[in-house]
Design a protein around this ligand. Sequence first.
Ligand code: UD1
Ligand code: UDP
Length: 377
Amino acid sequence: MRKILLIFGTRPEAIKFAPLYQEFNKNSNFFDVKVCITAQHRQMLDQVLNFFGIKPDYDLNLMKNNQSLFDITTGVLRGLEKVLKDYKPDLVFVQGDTTSAFVGALSAFYMKIKVAHLEAGLRSYNKYAPFPEEINRVLIGHLADYHFAPTIKAKENLQKEGVKENVWVVGNTVIDALFWGLEIIEKNINLKKEIESFFERFLDSNEDKVILVTGHRRESFGEGFENICKALKEIAIQFPEIKIIYPVHLNPNVREPVNRILNGIANIYLIEPLEYPYLIWLMSKSYLVLTDSGGIQEEAPSLGKPVLVMRDVTERIEGIEAGTAKLVGTKKETIFKAVQSLIENQSEYQKMSKAVNPYGDGLASKRIVDIIRDNIN
Ligand code: UD1
Ligand code: UDP
């Protein structure tokens, strides 16, 4: 039995680990898998754990209001020392680019435990955008022993940095989670009804045009978020028939400008973070998505939804190249014009909404578990 420890702390990591955890559990003859959450996020993480039925074996319970990068880094490092000494895993898995993931990889390295990196090799090549994620993933790339890259481009990024051994292109588990989540909704009639009736309060009919908005990047705090909110206000005023539904991230640096600038506008609905099945259902009903989220950039093409990415750079370049996503920055005018164009120009809309997902086929988790079982001692 090989002892595997999944370490994660935030909502997107939990979503992307959920199908892998399930796949490891299907192979329980070979693996003993435990989960350690840092709880860098609390409510937003617990929402995902509840939906996918994941019960953590260790919970560092670290989240503090408006925590700094120093708080997360030191808290995770201290907490993991005890967990790693207690469980003594053969292999630690981290996902993506959060500070929990980086410190998870660092902690395992300090104890000479092998590290596997899920979603390896993404690069924006801009040290400060996304911040601190770009450097987190570069560092994880060099701490890790096994690299599960979602795309060929991600593998090539690693090769350019001299990371050439034990790199596999497997797709992104976010697509496994999306297909699984959609299947759960389809099969569970009560859940589907609950979701539909939740959104009835915002949507008068199926014909409503909805823009789904999310945002939380640290490099956009301050001026960037002010501009994003002003752009949303302008869109709402110029297109009163459009409904903007914005589940607002719990980070106080996001909530303050969003509430100050956007409260009270009739066709903007500011709501709490949505449970994952509600979010994917809403995305499937949206006309387009305005976001700075990494995960949403990867999911939306599977649902044929154009994504306008409110960032200056992205490490998810495949969506841009496939034509399903467009970088629109954080300036009011550019965001407004990009939305206007997708509302008024049907041929442009049709071009972007053609559903080609470059991030995977829903089988990434199975590939990873097969590789670990068959190729890694
Ligand atoms: C973190 C990750 C980011 C990831 C994002 C996903 C880092 C440095 N940042 O950013 O890479 O894209 O999660 O959403 O690793 N909060 C709550 N409840 C929650 C979650 C957050 O109240 O469930 C509030 C707290 O005040 C917390 C703050 O949000 O201090 C910031 O959380 P933090 O994890 O530090 O940053 P995120 O912006 O969520
Ligand atoms: N998500 C969710 N509820 C929300 C907003 C997002 O379940 O209200 C999901 C979304 O479907 C995606 C993930 O959370 O899978 C993205 O998380 P986030 O944008 O917080 O982080 P990022 O992907 O940018 O690291």
